[in-house]
Write a new protein. Sequence first.
Length: 342
Amino acid sequence: MRKPVILITGANGEVGHGLILELSTHGHTDIVALDIEPVDPALASRCRASFVGSILDRHLIERIVSEYEVREIYHLAALLSTRAEFTPETAHEVNVEGTMGLLELALEQTSWRGEPVKFLFPSSIAVYGMPDLATKERAGKVKEYEWTSPTTMYGCNKLYCEQLGRYFALNYRQLAVDRDTARVDFRCLRFPGIISAMTVPSGGTSDYAPEMIHAAARGEPYACFVREDTIIPFMVMPDAIQALLKLAGADVSRLRRRVYNVTSFSLTAAEIRDRVMKAFPKADVTFTPDLKRQAIVDTWPLDVDDGPARRDWSWEPEFDADRSFNEYLVPEIRRRYAKGRE
């Protein structure tokens, strides 16, 4: 008999680290981790199994499902926004075709199990596309269906994958005579910028915030690539993990949509710098905007409306801006570099 498992792709990433630690802490020993690089030994020891390879490798995926019954998928693997702009064709292949393949896997497992496989998918504020700063200011808290005209390949990929998820959940092969009634239980979060104390940022256009804090803790100068007045929504990693798990655990009958905004706080880059300087008075933080990356960030909303998530599955962040810096980011990052870790 194949053992039922939770499949986590992109396990070595920022969210993957936090998710595996949280699940294993609460007694889940049924995790199968997949990443393009060998899974961190500290994470692998908390998993039933770990695999090295691409989500595009069909033989690898077939091997996993031949050994395990996949009942839940957290699809975290992706080529992030900055890197995706340098290799848009590769980004489309990984972000879209990889997701399509995993949705097909989820559908097959659903048919085999006789009950829907949960498919948790992290999307991004990169799906939004505000035309100018005046519109961004007027728009305020943006709803899920507003201003979805992304300007980046990553944003386009995420928005399309949201639609793919809806299709597999609601309308798969709707005209087929022999239409299978199996459906994937697709659930998606649109994350703001995520700041983690535990992992170093790796290619996101919102990473100026965590990069600033980590550089200060290491005693290294940091030239921020956006203007001081740049503002987008953020949340810290513990809230991101809890949002994923809370949505995964919600009764499907309460979910009125497949895609939900979540957020915690919005700060300007200057306000983030001020908080960093308060914690690390010797920090050397300057602003040298990269006009191309700045143009991308300017298309993202200054805040998002997460009212539907609060209504449907009682979402509420535990960390506001003060608690994020005072109780999580500053003490944890200090501890990290005090121990000499990278």
